[in-house]
Ligand binder design. Structure first.
Ligand SMILES: *[C@@H]1O[C@H](CO)[C@@H](O)[C@H](O)[C@H]1NC(C)=O
Length: 250
């Protein structure tokens, strides 16, 4: 029979899935050569601009977009995990990895004398920069979706706060962000981290504080709609952290 055991495989599967994602993100990402070639082929296959040579930068933007989807999948998997403890554990594992990769990439970039700006040509620099950009973006996803847990983990690793601050500022100056890719996410991340002043309208509905702010706003809205009756807004169902009147990413 073993119906009592039926629960176990689901969580094992969950963990296994996450494990695969982690492996994929942190290990596969290191041997950059094959994935790059693959995307290169993809680009050529789509027949985009046949006469036009595709720049390393264009290829990278595609690769970055692919990685971002993996990141979103990983976050969804954590969201689907049952229980605070499991999620917390998983976030710890992920942040542990992220804060190994980021300083490592920072060191490589520093040693190579790369200043943030145009996308590099050199393979090693490119590799280090992509690891930095991707891990900062992934960290941002985790932070924005699990703000309280992430802040809690960061409190226990003070050095990570310093690392991520430098990394965010650095990434912000790279071509990726100066061209506006993911710019909004980085702005939200910077506010959530307190690196820049929070917009008065900023709140993260996934944080305790944000939930309270949201309730306050709804209360206020309810009060004012007392005077101007029957104007039902459906603003409550926000999907992610955001500034007012801006599209969000998550
Ligand atoms: C990122 O760069 C933009 C434009 O240069 C700037 O307005 C913004 O404050 C920067 N954000 C951070 C976190 O440094």
């Amino acid at each position: 029979m073993g119906t009592a055991n039926m629960r176990c495989p689901a969580s094992v599967l969950n963990f296994y899935l996450l494990f695969c994602i982690v492996l994929h993100l942190f290990v596969a990402g290191r041997c950059e050569d094959s994935p790059k070639k693959k995307v290169d082929d993809d680009v050529v296959d789509t027949g985009n601009a046949p006469d036009h040579k595709i720049s390393g930068w264009d290829i990278y933007k595609r690769l970055f977009a692919h990685k971002r989807m993996d990141h979103k999948d990983a976050v969804s998997t954590i969201v689907a995990m049952e229980g605070y403890a499991k999620q917390y554990k998983m976030i710890n594992i992920l942040l542990d990895n992220i804060f190994k990769v980021i300083p490592d990439a920072q060191t490589s970039l520093q040693q190579a004398g790369y200043y943030p700006g145009p996308f590099p040509e050199n393979t090693d620099i490119k590799d280090a920069l992509s690891r930095l950009l991707e891990n900062v973006a992934f960290f941002g996803d985790i932070l924005l979706r699990f703000p309280d847990m992430t802040h809690d983990v960061l409190k226990k690793h003070k050095e990570w706060g310093v690392i991520i601050e430098a990394a965010v500022v650095f990434c912000n100056q790279t071509q990726l962000y100066s061209e506006g890719v993911s710019q909004e996410q980085l702005m939200l991340v910077s506010q959530e981290l307190g690196l820049i002043e929070k917009d008065p309208n900023y709140f993260n509905p996934f944080s305790k504080e944000g939930k309270m702010a949201q309730e306050q706003q709804m209360l206020q809205a309810a009060k004012s709609s007392h005077d101007k009756p029957k104007k039902k807004k459906d603003r409550e169902k926000r999907k992610g952290p955001r500034l007012s009147r801006s599209k969000n990413e998550l």
